[in-house]
Ligand binder design. Structure first.
Ligand code: NAD
Length: 397
């Protein structure tokens, strides 16, 4: 048939928003839409620090895709993307091939290790439901192991590499989780060490200083030791080597040192910077009017400071509907809409009942900020799954 084929790669914040908008806006038989994802569930990346530390159940961090899209209108394909062939307008999957007229790349980013040796081999990453399950089980196992080998203090030492928002949110949860684990395994809490190692001279580089100080204070009181201005230069099987040549012996290294774009982008030969693509104002890849790139793989410059916008869920959520709108407009030969980012603010949790945030020109900290963080998470559930999903997965006060 000559019905245009639209293929969406990825079912994260950007992909789900695009799919939902397309299913709403397209008329019957106006396009064939296929959504591809390697998992048959969507997961809440902004919530992963909790199940990673074990302070919330994994079930609260994901939802089946079948509950989010109308499978009469969108074909869902559970598969892993191996290659994007832009010249042939084809996507190669692990078990098949899809051709497209319009492609939306929303596969999310990957962990950036900056080439630090040993990181891929020995550290764990907060990236997916599976990686987070592994982290939680690993942490629990260290306590059990310590009971059998009480001379091995490194089993109770936890190193978090990077004090960006991911690292900060994770140490907040981990410090809440430790007392529970100590009780369960009858371990003296004073033996447990949590190090958050950051290369920059400050935690949360670039964020409001007063809120950074508040966050560090809160976390230090909960037992976190910060090592600032200290890069990790190697990760080993038995800990980390710092730029100062000091070693921290640890059986657990969680790396939260940064994100980059996907290898798929680099391999597709699309012009990129660290696998991120500087998209045009309509969210298209340069030189490819049929390819939209949203989320962590897109790169847009903030006109206010001439720096790239950070890759966030909020950005992907806003880009999805515009990409969908522009594909529908292209099919209908109507003018495209320009994307404009509306910053709704940043809120980061510091563990139970504590958070920091900036919304507009207002600074928030403590309990109010923590409530706001919950509202933001529940709002996402509501947007994609309506009140029933919000009630089922949302944790109300
Ligand atoms: P990030 O890039 O923001 O932070 C990584 C940190 O690791 C940086 O501070 C960097 O200096 C440090 N680092 C890099 N190499 C290091 C080394 N060798 N040794 C020690 N430290 C090193 O990454 P992130 O925290 O994963 O965040 C990714 C994106 O997601 C960001 O845009 C962030 O704003 C966003 N995010 C937002 C929230 C929120 O709003 N609540 C939560 C998590 C992530």
């Amino acid at each position: 048939s000559n019905i245009p084929k639209v293929v969406i790669l990825g079912a994260g914040y950007g992909g789900i928003m695009t799919a939902q908008r397309l299913q709403k806006d397209l008329n019957y038989n106006e396009a064939d839409v296929t959504l591809v994802s390697k998992h048959d569930y969507h997961y809440f990346t902004t919530h992963l620090h909790m199940p990673a530390a074990g302070t919330d159940a994994l079930e609260n961090a994901h939802v089946p895709i079948s509950k989010l899209i109308d499978e009469f209108k969108i074909d869902f394909v559970k598969s892993s993307v191996k290659e994007i062939r832009t010249d042939e307008k084809k996507v190669i999957l692990e078990d098949g091939t899809l051709s497209y007229d319009y492609l939306i790349i929303a596969v999310g980013g990957e962990t950036e290790t900056f080439g630090v040796p040993g990181m891929h081999e020995h550290a764990m990453f907060i990236r997916s439901i599976n990686s987070v399950r592994a982290i939680r089980e690993h942490i629990e196992k260290q306590f059990a192991e310590y009971k059998k080998n009480p001379e091995r203090k490194e089993l109770l030492t936890f190193v978090v590499g990077g004090a960006g928002f991911t690292g900060i949110e994770f140490v907040g949860e981990l410090s809440d989780r430790i007392p529970q684990l100590c009780r369960t395994h009858q371990v003296d809490p004073s033996l447990v060490k949590i190090y958050n190692v950051e290369a920059a001279p400050t935690a949360l580089p670039g964020f409001d200083q007063e809120l950074v100080d508040y966050a560090m204070n809160t976390l230090q009181k909960k037992g976190v030791t910060f090592k600032l201005g200290t890069a990790i230069k190697e990760c080993k099987a038995d800990g980390v080597l710092l730029a100062t040549d000091e070693e921290i012996k640890s059986a657990t290294v969680i790396w939260t040192g940064g994100v980059r774009g996907s290898k798929l982008i680099e391999e597709a030969g699309i012009e990129n910077m660290r696998a991120r693509v500087k998209v045009d104002e309509y969210l298209r890849a340069p030189g490819h009017d049929d390819i939209y790139i949203i989320g962590d793989n897109s790169l847009m410059i903030n006109p206010a400071n001439d720096r790239p916008f950070p890759p966030t869920a909020q950005m992907a959520m806003q880009q999805g509907p515009v990409a969908a709108n522009n594909i529908v407009a292209s099919i209908r030969k109507q003018p495209l809409k320009k994307f404009e980012f509306h910053n709704k603010g940043t809120v980061a949790s510091l563990g139970k009942g504590q958070a920091i945030g900036v919304v507009g020109n207002k600074k928030l900290k403590g309990f109010m900020a923590a409530q706001l963080k919950k509202i933001i998470d529940i709002r996402w559930l509501f947007i994609i799954g309506g009140i029933s999903l919000a009630l089922r997965k949302g944790k109300f006060l």
